[in-house]
Design a protein around this ligand. Sequence first.
Ligand SMILES: Cc1ncc(COP(=O)(O)O)c(C=O)c1O
Length: 392
Amino acid sequence: MINNSYKEISGDIIKVIRKFTKKRNVPLHEPTIRNLDLSHVKKNLLSTQVSTSSSDTIKFENSISKFTNSRYSVAIINGTSSLQLAIKVLDIKDNDEVFIPSLNYVASSNATLYCGAIPHYIDIELKNFGVDVKKLEKYILKNCIYKKKKLINKKTKRPITAIIPTHIFGTACDIDQILKISQKYNLKVIEDAAEGFGSFYKKKHLGTFGHVGVLSFNGNKIITTGGGGAILTQNKKYYIKALKLAKIAKKEKNFWDYDYSELGYNFRLPGINASLGLSQIKNINNLLKRKKIIFNKMKSLFKKNNNYSLVVQENNPESNNWLNNIYIFNSNYSLRNKIINTMLKQGISVRPVWKLMHKIKYLSIYPKMNLDNSIKAEKSLISIPSSPSLIR
Ligand SMILES: Cc1ncc(COP(=O)(O)O)c(C=O)c1O
């Protein structure tokens, strides 16, 4: 690749972003806050029901269930704690290994470690940046034994009991095939759909396929509660356990007489955050429409060339288009970084996809397969501004 191609590529991206906005500073993804949000939060504040026992928390859970068509939802303080709770709910034990894609946000690795389990890093496919199921199956056949419904890592002798596939940028990974391989090897499935609120796959909301699914409502997501998340499940037993553990496993006989049935967590979403969620969720269809318009406009503005392309997943039309991305052909870290730094100097927020999990020092000690596709994606992907506010 020619030396100054970074100038050409960053120049092209800047031109496209400037077609959306003339503002100098363009954030990567800013929340959409409307007057309705202010009145909902004000109403919550005036009611004084700001804490976890607020009826707004229950109302928000009901509206999540309604929108996602999930049988059960529990609103949680953030996506990371939702993952931690999901692991607990599925009874994944100390020293169990959990398959996690290396191309990822750090939450699923941390949540696994909080629970005493061990991340085991697997590769992604470049088609949708989700788990490469074919590669995983080959790897299992070579490196694991399946006996008495238990998958055992031959090298570490530890059981592998779960997989946490991530739906990246709001686009579905190959969840059908992931469910198949999980059934075959008796793995629990926790879908990390943190970025996927409003995304569907074959008309089903992301996060409703696995044993448990997880959402995030952090400030950078399509809708926000400031910080927040949720657990989705179709299984009553998992729901009851998740709700109990999120409410510190408190058993109330009456207002003052209570006990705790086990080690629980203070993880339920407070009412003040839920009140914001209640108004944000009312705007989701409008936001989804805007995101689609932005994506389609980008598709028409980025011209076909030999250096890069906008990431387009034709067979995944039900994405919430949370973050749009550029894929640099034949990229390397130096080229990627030069493009990013050039754009940041112009006030346009872009970022690489995450640092790969197996390259983070405290995570580098855990088992992993060959991760060539993840490395390719890490070098090649640049997320570009995608806020709904890019269009009027
Ligand atoms: C893929 C993914 N998983 C999990 C999380 C964790 O969510 P939270 O920030 O709400 O803890 C995030 C992001 O924030 C994410 O992008």
